[in-house]
Design a protein around this ligand. Structure first.
Ligand SMILES: [Zn+2]
Length: 66
């Protein structure tokens, strides 16, 4: 799986994003290429959706942690 990734995207590594929930403001670390839907631990709002191997972030990205 990792090998296929590198063909599509030049960046070899995934990142962690600090995402703030739009609903309640809770801050949570979200994996950049999450394979499953990520929900807010506080209010259960969707923070990220898996899309083509790369997470689509629905919340507000505050910081990128490499
Ligand atoms: Zn929330």
């Amino acid at each position: 799986m990792e090998v296929e990734w590198e063909k599509l995207i030049p960046k070899p590594r995934s990142r962690f994003l600090l995402v703030q929930c739009n609903e309640c403001g809770h801050r949570q670390i979200v994996f950049d290429n999450a394979k499953i839907e990520v929900k807010c631990q506080v209010c259960n709002a969707t923070l990220a959706l898996p899309k083509g191997g790369k997470a689509r972030i629905l919340g507000r990205v505050l910081e990128t942690l490499t």
